[in-house]
Design a binder for this molecule. Sequence first.
Ligand SMILES: Nc1ncnc2c1ncn2[C@@H]1O[C@H](COP(=O)(O)OP(=O)(O)OP(=O)(O)O)[C@@H](O)[C@H]1O
Length: 276
Amino acid sequence: MTERIADPDLLIEFHDVSMVRSGKTLVGPVDWRVELDERWVIIGPNGAGKTSLLRMAAALDHPTTGDAFVVGEKLGRTDIRELSTRIGLVSSAFAGRVPADEKVSDLVISAGYAVLGRWREEYDPMDRAQAADILESMGAEHLADRTFGTLSEGERKRVLIARGLMTDPELLLLDEPAAGLDLGGREELVDRLGTLAADPDSPAMVLITHHVEEIPPGFTNVLMLSEGGVVAQGAIEDTLTAENLSTTFRQNISLSYDDGRYFARRSRRAGGHRRA
Ligand SMILES: Nc1ncnc2c1ncn2[C@@H]1O[C@H](COP(=O)(O)OP(=O)(O)OP(=O)(O)O)[C@@H](O)[C@H]1O
C-alpha cells in the first residue's frame, strides 16, 4: 500500500484517527482537516475526548489507529521537541507547571527557547522587543515585571496566550482558555481572541470549550464531540445548531445568536430552536 503524504495546505490532517488507552477508546475515529486560515472550536461535555484530540493536535500523544499529520509532519515519525516551537499550546496543565516566581517577561520569551523556567543565557534584545509587543497585543504589557504567581486567573490566561504566540507558531491550540474566569474576565478574553481570530496574520486556531458563550466572534468551524465520537463538524454557521448541541449534550438545548456570539440554555420544549 502506498504511504499517505501530508497535504501542504493543511495544519491538521487526521484520517480515521483514534486514541485508545487501557482498552478504552478516548476519542475517534475522527477525520479532521484544519486549513491555514481556519479557526476551529471543539465543543462537547466533560469526558467527550476533547483534550485527547487536542493532545494529538499538539503532537503530545500519538494516535492508536489512523494517520495523523500536524504542521505537515506525521505523528509517530517526528521528534515532538522539533514541533514545540511550531505549535503554540495554552492549557491549564501547562499553567500548573509554571513556577510561581517566574517573571512574566521571562515566561513569554522562553517559549522561543522551548524551555520553562529562566534561561541561563541573556535573551536577545529582539526577543525582548517581540515579547513586549505580544504582551501589549494581549493587554498585558503592564504585567511584564510581575511574577506569574501574583497574577489573577484572567491575567494568567492572557500571559499564557502571549507565550503561545511568541514563536510565531503555525497553529495555536487553546484548551478551555476561559475556564475559571469571571464574567468580565471571560468577556475581555473572548474579545481579545476575537481580535486575534480576525487578524489574517494569526496562526490557525483550535479552541476547546464546554460553553458556546466562550466562542469568540470570527471562529469559522466547529467540531462537536460526544463520548469520543464526532456528532458533527463543519462551518460554524451551519453546524452549531440547537439540534446538534442537543445531541452532543444529550438534552434539549435552545440556541441564540447575537452580534457574532452564541448563547445556549436548556429548552423547556422538546426539540430546541434552530440558530436564528
Ligand atoms: N490514560 C487514560 N486511560 C484511560 N482513560 C483515560 C485516559 N486519559 C483520559 N481518559 C478518559 O478518557 C475520557 C476522555 O478524556 P478527555 O480528557 O479527552 O475528555 P474531555 O472532553 O477533554 O473532558 P473535560 O471536558 O472533562 O476536560 C475521559 O472519560 C477520561 O477519564
